[in-house]
Write a protein that binds this ligand. Structure first.
Ligand SMILES: Nc1nc2c(c(=O)[nH]1)N[C@H]1C(S)=C(S)[C@@H](COP(=O)(O)OP(=O)(O)OC[C@H]3O[C@@H](n4cnc5c(=O)[nH]c(N)nc54)[C@H](O)[C@@H]3O)O[C@H]1N2
Ligand SMILES: Nc1nc2c(c(=O)[nH]1)N[C@H]1C(S)=C(S)[C@@H](COP(=O)(O)OP(=O)(O)OC[C@H]3O[C@@H](n4cnc5c(=O)[nH]c(N)nc54)[C@H](O)[C@@H]3O)O[C@H]1N2
Ligand code: SF4
Ligand SMILES: [Mo]
Length: 748
């Protein structure tokens, strides 16, 4: 196929928010036609197909990878029977072959060395590199205890290393998918409805009559089956209400776009509850049976009228009333979506609690078209001795946040700096980083740079020469997901299912799988009994046999579904116990009150941009995943830079034109490393600017990504920390638009 790039951009524009006549998911995933044209077209011969699941993001869609007789990967297609993708990958998944083909990949182990007084990397053998890491792990353990060795990780490689770390005696483990992503929503929902949301979200979008999105930008957030279900819901005439300071793709497909003033969502949520309670739009019998603290809530929200909220949110009272009535009319088939990346302003667990309470008032938990009860397969773990019990770990490091239920990456980083964070009590001395590009992922770059300076040793396991590899003492090249085994996917959804990841091709260059790396390190540390297998295939075979399947069957099916053992929904009037302290939906939380927190969410004003500054907001590029895909040859061909969305009013005031090159400076005087082009658009409020996350790479080894666009992370030097669970709110940073290069005079 010879589709030109220009033509493609036009096609994809339908999915990117042009108000399209039809909303079919096919159009949302329109770029796939182009991507398939990019891969080899000599498709005459026979193909072999191999089962895998995608690792371009964490929706984990099951797929078939096709190889030709030379073993070359030709294309990847969704597995028809998979509930995560229903046979269709998103453009990023289709473009996943580019991860395997990227010629910039890490090719051999590297060890930091000094030549002529200058630090550089030298190529090393696996033996050398693994011996060095194992010797550092032994040193740290004997000097300080295994607890002082931290693992910062994300995704599949992280799970293998987590097993190694726990066997070694360290539970000093964290990932950015918690305190930089969904932590607050898990806290908010657990405190109110007694359950985490988890991934994939159990939102019954397929059957909903009303979907309310607060910031969630599904359609740019490309989590596959969720996008497909939303497009089905639209085709079924569900009401879509989107609250976003920007006209997102989702907002462009909504009957109601509430262009809220950023950082004021709690006021809107309180006003919605006010309308639903004052107008008696909730189900009285339901609240009577399952609610706790309703009276307190009623009294609490009485003063938070739509007129009150108007002054804060800029959303008209009649629109607040109308949308509240629409939600109530659809109840219980209504979803106030919890969102996913919810670390915004520091009061995020409380905002999520308000979202959970609103769902509680409307009775959508456990109801068709609301939230279903998910179920997964009970898949036994491969046998190994019990892990030793560490003296301290992520829990102690995060102990000042009583509702942290996973490691707080930013707190582990601080505990690595002498005299900061919990360092005195819980000193961290060395890190392994696997599958996370902390430089573009964690805010407050100065802090992380200081921490990396302070620790004795850093090893990085990655597939690409990302920024983080530049700070390593040892770099280990992992092969891509298409070249390895990983754990069986056992995700909880409507139907329990398992999916297999089988190696599609041989590892390129001198790369190896994380399971192998972990086992090699384990053996060097005398932990053989935790790695009692030759190949990870043995682990998978054993596990599948325990649930009446086999590797042969899974190679044939890719995905195997299992019968549910528990009901998908709650019965009307059923005696149901919520897993909260009271066994009920907690509109009022005695526990929060007893710990000195607001027992019910309260709106508090957040700092506003000073004169001449705009709030920096960011979100997902539909064609990319964070910083990891920017250099991917297939996906870079679709989108190779980000733009700065600026409202026409601001553009007029500052004399900015479309496609003009600008730089940014934030409230702390930090300049952007690179420039960005302006996109003048009515789709963003005048008080904010918007950009896609993940761009602005500054490692020259990334030949396609280097220097393209601005890194939002670099501009985020201030965080608002959630006092309940330690999430780092990222959206309280303000930028000034510079029309001249701030480095003009410092450049040689
Ligand atoms: N294509 C693609 N899809 C992805 C990912 C990816 O990297 N690429 N990553 C996945 C992951 S891990 C996550 S966590 C999700 C994240 O995706 P979501 O959870 O859906 O979205 P958020 O990042 O929370 O929010 C982004 C939206 O919030 C709006 N916003 C900014 N400030 C405010 C505010 O004050 N109030 C309101 N109401 N809205 C505001 C922005 O304009 C933007 O539209 O995406 C997932 N899907
Ligand atoms: N400023 C800002 N910060 C954010 C966000 C934001 O929107 N803006 N989003 C937040 C959210 S929601 C999340 S979930 C996190 C995501 O945070 P990260 O997961 O750290 O995101 P990436 O930048 O994609 O970094 C992934 C790293 O893993 C490597 N990698 C990819 N595949 C493999 C593999 O198979 N094996 C190994 N070993 N490595 C691999 C990539 O090359 C890359 O270096 O970021 C959070 N931080
Ligand atoms: S949503 Fe897209 S990138 Fe994520 S796992 Fe599925 S196909 Fe891969
Ligand atoms: Mo995330």
């Amino acid at each position: 196929m010879t589709t030109s790039r220009r033509k493609f951009i036009k096609i994809s524009a339908l999915g990117l928010g042009g108000v399209a006549a039809s909303t079919s998911a096919l159009k949302m995933f329109g770029a796939n036609t182009y991507l398939e044209g990019l891969v080899k077209q000599n498709i005459a011969g026979e193909f072999n197909k191999t089962a895998t699941y995608c690792e371009v993001c964490f929706w984990k869609c099951a797929a078939w990878a096709y190889t030709d007789n030379d073993g070359e990967i030709i294309k990847i297609k969704g597995n028809e029977t998979d509930p995560h993708c229903h046979g269709r990958l998103c453009p990023r998944g289709t473009g996943g072959v580019g991860m395997y083909n990227d010629e910039d990949r890490l090719k051999t182990p590297l060890i930091r060395t000094t030549v002529d007084g200058k630090q550089t990397f030298r190529k090393a053998t696996w033996e050398e590199a693994l011996d060095l890491i194992a010797s550092k792990m032994k040193d740290v353990k004997s000097k300080y205890g295994a607890e002082s060795f931290a693992l910062l990780k994300h995704g599949s490689p992280g799970s293998h290393l987590e097993h190694l770390f726990k066997a070694y005696g360290s539970d000093t483990i964290a990932e950015p998918a918690y305190a930089q992503c969904r932590g607050p929503r898990e806290t908010g929902f657990a405190l109110t409805l007694g359950s985490w949301i988890g991934s994939p979200e159990p939102t019954d979008i397929r059957d909903t009559k009303c979907l309310v999105l607060i910031g969630s930008h599904i359609g740019e957030n490309m989590h596959n089956s969720q996008v497909q279900e939303m497009s089905d819901a639209i085709d079924n005439n569900a009401t879509i209400i989107t609250v976003d300071p920007r006209l997102s793709t989702a907002a462009s497909k909504s009957q109601h776009w509430l262009a809220i003033k950023p950082a004021t969502d709690i006021a809107l949520l309180l006003a919605w509850m006010n309308v639903i309670i004052e107008e008696k739009l909730y189900d009285e019998a339901y609240i009577e049976k399952y609610g706790y603290g309703f009276k307190e809530l009623k009294a609490h929200v009485k003063e938070f009228t739509p007129e009150w909220a108007y002054g804060i949110t800029t959303i008209k009272p009649e629109q607040i009333r109308e949308t509240a009535r629409l939600m109530a009319a659809a109840a219980p088939s209504v979803i106030i979506h919890p969102g996913r990346h919810v670390v915004w302003y520091g009061d995020d667990s409380q905002r999520e609690r308000a979202i959970a309470m609103l769902n509680g008032l409307l009775g959508s938990w456990g109801k068709r078209g609301g939230f279903y009860f998910k179920e997964k397969v009970s898949l036994p773990k491969f046998p190994h001795p019990a892990y030793p019990k560490p003296k301290w770990g992520w829990e102690e490091i995060g102990e000042k946040y009583p509702y942290a239920e996973m490691g707080i990456t930013s707190e582990l980083i601080k505990a690595s700096i002498p005299g900061e964070g919990e360092n005195e009590k819980y000193p961290i001395k060395a890190w392994i980083i696997a599958g996370t590009n902390l430089i573009n992922t964690i805010p407050e770059r100065d802090v992380i740079l200081k921490a990396m300076d302070a620790v004795d040793f850093i090893a990085v396991v990655d597939t690409m020469p990302m920024e983080i590899t530049g700070y390593a003492d040892v770099v280990l090249p992992e092969c891509t997901y298409l070249e390895r085994y990983d754990g069986i996917r056992n995700a909880a959804k409507r139907e329990p299912s398992l999916a297999l990841r089988y190696p599609v091709a041989k590892p390129k260059y001198d790369s190896k799988a994380a399971w192998w790396i972990s086992k090699q390190l384990g053996e060097r540390l005398g932990l053989q009994e935790y790695f009692n297998y030759n190949d990870y295939e043995d682990v998978i075979k054993w596990q599948l046999e325990q649930v009446g399947s086999s590797l042969e069957e899974m190679k044939r099916l890719g995905v195997k579904k299992f019968e549910r053992k528990t009901p998908l929904y709650m019965e009307d009037g059923e005696d149901f116990e919520f897993a909260t302290n009271s066994g009920k939906i907690e509109f009022y939380s005695d526990e929060l009150a007893s710990k000195g927190f607001d027992p019910m969410p309260v709106y508090k004003q957040h700092p506003e941009p000073p004169q001449g500054f705009y709030r920096l907001i960011y979100g997902r590029s539909p064609m990319h995943t964070f910083s990891r895909t920017i250099n991917n040859p297939n996906l870079s061909a679709l989108k190779d830079t980000n733009k700065l969305w600026v409202n026409p009013k601001v553009a007029r005031m500052l004399g900015l034109k479309n496609d003009q090159t600008v730089w940014l400076q934030n409230q702390d005087g930090v300049d952007s490393t690179f420039s960005i082009k302006v996109r003048v658009t009515e789709r963003i409020r005048w008080d904010s600017v918007y950009m896609y996350h993940g761009f602005g790479h500054n490692n020259k080894k990334l030949s396609r990504a280097f220097g393209k666009g601005i890194s939002d992370t670099r501009m985020i030097t201030k965080v608002a920390v959630d006092p309940l669970m330690g999430g780092t709110g990222l959206r309280g940073n303000f930028v000034k638009i510079l029309t001249e290069d701030p480095y003009k005079n410092s450049k040689v």
